[in-house]
Design a protein around this ligand. Structure first.
Ligand SMILES: N[C@@H]1[C@@H](O)[C@H](O)[C@@H](COP(=O)(O)O)O[C@@H]1O
Length: 260
């Protein structure tokens, strides 16, 4: 696990965008695993700006998103299909056949999860998997208690996660109870995992992930087993790391972050 601590959110987001852009420059037809959530909004804004400036091309990549709410059709305003379409896929006119998300409205969500896992393997696996982290240590929608060997499947969302995500829904809407999510094993098979966390509310989960025991209580701790995981943090998200003085990872602003 390589831990990069950047001075602030803006610098952490820029470092994360750099890592994605470097992957796409080296391998324009890379398979990207994409994430949603508030943390990722400035990442997609940054990627979009770079694509519009001609600095990176996204139209040859293939993508697989981590998760989708069960019951929400792709056109639902709070679906992750809509999130991705509005922030990245639509503005760049990306081919929908190359940008995949699980279908939340599938008549058989369990079969949809199996189909999705199979499609990732058929595409050659994920070159770079982008991840956020929930306040309870979840990655994707792998809530605490998720098996470290889990494939893509239907997961019940915890009350804490539904409460955290209620901010994206209207006052009269209920946050779905279930999601289809890539599993921990699916995520661990990616060739490079890049997790971005910003802000003080993520500090405890970040410390549990990086310095706590490898445990299903903190699903993100599975990344300790990943052969190539890069954790990109701002100072606030890094605040609870006990060993932070030992990480040779404080990059002065402006210095390019390397993939190795
Ligand atoms: N399923 C998503 C995760 O992929 C995301 O990483 C996490 C953090 O979200 P945020 O960035 O909004 O804090 O929660 C959501 O529930």
């Amino acid at each position: 696990m390589k831990i990069l601590i950047l001075p602030d959110r803006e610098a952490a987001v820029a470092a994360c965008v750099d890592l994605i852009a470097q992957t796409l420059t080296a391998t324009p037809d890379a398979v990207l695993g994409l994430a949603t959530g508030g943390t990722m909004e400035p990442v997609y804004a940054g990627l979009l700006a770079r694509a519009r400036a001609g600095e990176v091309t996204l139209n040859r990549m293939t993508s697989f998103n981590l998760d989708e709410y069960v019951g929400l059709p792709p056109g639902h305003p709070q679906s992750y299909h809509t999130y991705m379409r509005e922030r990245l896929f639509g503005p760049l006119g990306l081919d929908p056949a190359r940008t995949h998300l699980p279908r939340g409205d599938a008549s058989d969500p369990i079969a949809e999860a199996v189909r999705y896992d199979t499609a990732i393997v058929a595409a050659g696996g994920i070159d770079l998997q982008l991840l956020g982290i929930g306040g309870n240590g979840h990655i994707g929608f792998n809530e605490p208690s998720s098996s470290l060997a889990s494939p893509t499947r239907v997961k019940t969302l915890t009350r804490a996660t539904r409460a955290a995500n209620a901010r994206f829904f209207g006052p009269d809407e209920t946050v779905p109870q279930f999601a289809i999510t890539m599993g921990i094993a699916t995520i661990l098979r990616s060739r490079h995992a890049v997790l971005l966390a910003t802000g003080g509310p993520k500090a405890a989960a970040v410390a549990a992930m990086a310095e706590g025991p490898l445990s299903a209580r903190c699903p993100a701790s599975a990344l300790q087993m990943h052969p190539k995981a890069t954790i990109v943090l701002d100072a606030e998200a890094a605040a609870d790391l006990e060993l932070r003085q030992y990480y040779e990872t404080v990059h002065p602003q402006g210095q390019e972050v390397s993939l190795d």
